[in-house]
Design a protein around this ligand. Structure first.
Ligand code: NAI
Ligand code: MG
Length: 491
């Protein structure tokens, strides 16, 4: 959570937001202070916008869409400018990675990995912009029928704090490629790199008003944006509860939405799997970004005959994991804020109280600042599949294990939550790989692998409470556009 402004006024660098190509403060002058999760120290601030600021930004995007050159320029020209943005991210990569790490507490190398993926998103969508074709449709004699892919118009993008640069890039890349204009509301916990990206977009010759970034709290700026009548489409990544609120707001105007709402993603380990290859991937899938990843592999389902062996290998690795400051670049950093840290701690305490066995705990680095929001990684053994810790997204470095007897039980457990975002299947049996890939309900299924991040080219999104619509890959271009059917009668 961004820290409310202290009586003494904001400390550190005072960032401004970007509306219509200009840097502006909130109309009210209110600010949100930025604390580094590694130590709790305030080092910057940004505007705490309200409905009036959001209205300005939406009108700017509206004007840029309705009157500006963006939607009319050839698709290849939009592509070139996205490619230019990719080059600018590369050029300023060190600066962006450092800012992202400081703002979110993620280890330095994760900040760099996020920049690498961000470069790829703009490159990918830059290359895709002029390759989106419509159809011609066999129709009545004397007619020609065809389809065009048209931009929605003004897209609202509400972004979470876990991968700010990457999630912004997948939204901006696809939406801009199709000719939309945008208002972005980054999270109050991590807005700094989005503000920098708005500046780089201008430098890449993306016209003023095409990319607006308004900062502020979700219940103020976010809610005003989701329900604004001049917004044509809303895309959101974050919690299911906030997704519901945003969909209700968009429904007030009957606008379309794309929702990416996290998961409780399973990895299924069969006795015949290459365990040596699997173990480090199982660990990384929950430890990456401190477990604050929508696609975190938070449940590991293990065939009974190898349960003890896999559990003890995991325990050995978990005991060695160390959380510490982002610049120390350890296994994981601090969590994003105190609220998230205590939420994770409360879920873990409830599971322990219910008797869930703790197999291993990692540690917090000696000398890690007291004010940081650290949580030591924790490995639970066999967990009750109905328990809260087995059903709800923890969003922390906490892994739960579940033994299973056979394939049918593995599928039941895998599909036994209300989520369905990602799944991993570990087996050498080819027929089983194919059977399970079909039966497991998840938007992405990895076989003998698990891609917790990146995957720029791969369509991504969920079933059920994990959301709907697809981001990434070429499919995102469909979400960010609508089909227009055109019928010509001859003569
Ligand atoms: P959140 O979903 O409330 O916040 C994400 C974004 O939504 C932020 O930009 C926020 O300002 C905005 N927002 C909040 N309320 C809004 C509203 N009423 N209208 C419009 N926008 C609004 O997530 P939060 O509270 O920071 O984290 C709580 C839990 O959500 C986490 O523990 C985690 O389980 C989940 N989460 C999942 C993410 C994912 O990628 N799957 C990302 C962030 C959070
Ligand atoms: Mg922050």
């Amino acid at each position: 959570m961004g820290v409310p402004q202290s009586a003494a006024g904001p400390a550190g660098e005072a960032f401004l937001q970007w509306i219509d190509g200009r840097q502006v403060d909130a109309v009210s002058g209110a600010r949100i202070e930025v604390a580094c999760p590694s130590n709790g120290h305030v080092f910057a601030s940004f505007p705490a916008s309200g409905a009036e600021d959001v209205d300005r930004a939406v009108r700017s995007a509206r004007h840029a869409f309705d009157e500006g050159p963006w939607g009319r320029m050839p698709a290849y020209e939009r592509g070139r400018r996205l490619t230019a943005l990719s080059r600018l991210v590369e050029l300023h990569g060190d600066e962006l990675a450092a800012l992202e790490s400081r703002d979110t507490g993620k280890p330095a190398r994760q900040g760099r990995a996020d920049v690498t993926a961000t470069i790829r998103y703009y490159e990918f969508y830059g290359g895709a912009a002029d390759k989106v074709h419509g159809d011609t449709i066999p129709f009545l004699d004397g007619y020609t029928a065809l389809t065009l892919r048209e931009p929605h118009g003004v897209v609202a993008g509400i972004i979470p704090w876990n991968y700010p640069l990457q999630i912004l890039a997948r939204v901006l890349g696809a939406a801009l490629a199709m000719g939309n204009t945008l208002v972005i509301k980054p999270a109050e916990d991590a807005s700094l790199t989005a503000l920098r990206m708005a500046e780089l977009a201008l430098e890449a010759d993306i016209p003023p008003g095409v990319v607006n970034v308004v900062t502020g709290y979700g219940r103020e700026a976010g809610a005003a944006l989701a329900g604004h009548p001049l917004v044509d489409y809303v895309t959101f990544t974050g919690s299911p509860a906030t997704g519901t609120a945003i969909q209700k707001a968009a429904a007030g105007n009957n606008r379309g939405v794309t929702m990416e709402l996290g998961g409780k993603s399973p990895q299924i380990v069969f006795a015949d799997a290459d365990l040596e290859a699997a173990i480090p991937v199982l660990v990384n899938a929950i430890i990456q970004n401190g477990g604050q990843t929508c696609s975190a592999g938070s449940r590991v389902l293990i065939e009974r005959s190898v349960f003890d062996c896999v559990a003890s290998e995991l325990a050995e690795r978990f005991s060695a994991l160390v959380a510490g400051p982002h610049d120390a670049d350890l296994d994981l950093g601090a969590l994003i804020n105190e609220r998230q840290r205590s939420r994770v701690a409360a879920m873990v305490a409830a599971a322990e109280e219910a008797g869930t066995p703790v197999l291993a705990r990692g540690s917090i680095a000696k000398g890690a600042p007291d004010g940081g929001y650290y949580f030591a990684p924790l490995l639970f053994g066999a967990t009750d599949p109905r328990a809260e810790i087995a059903q709800e997204e923890v969003f922390g470095p906490v892994l739960t294990l579940f033994p299973f007897e056979d394939e049918a039980e593995a599928v039941r457990l895998a599909n036994g939550t209300d989520y369905g975002l990602v799944a991993g299947i570990w087996t050498r049996d080819g027929a089983r790989q194919h059977r399970l890939a079909k039966r497991v309900r998840a938007g992405q299924v990895f076989v003998n692998a698990y891609g917790a991040g990146g995957g720029v080219e791969l369509p991504f999104g969920g079933f059920r409470r994990s959301g709907h619509g697809r981001e990434k890959g070429l499919e995102a271009l469909h979400d960010m556009s609508a089909t227009k059917t055109v019928v010509f009668r001859h003569g």
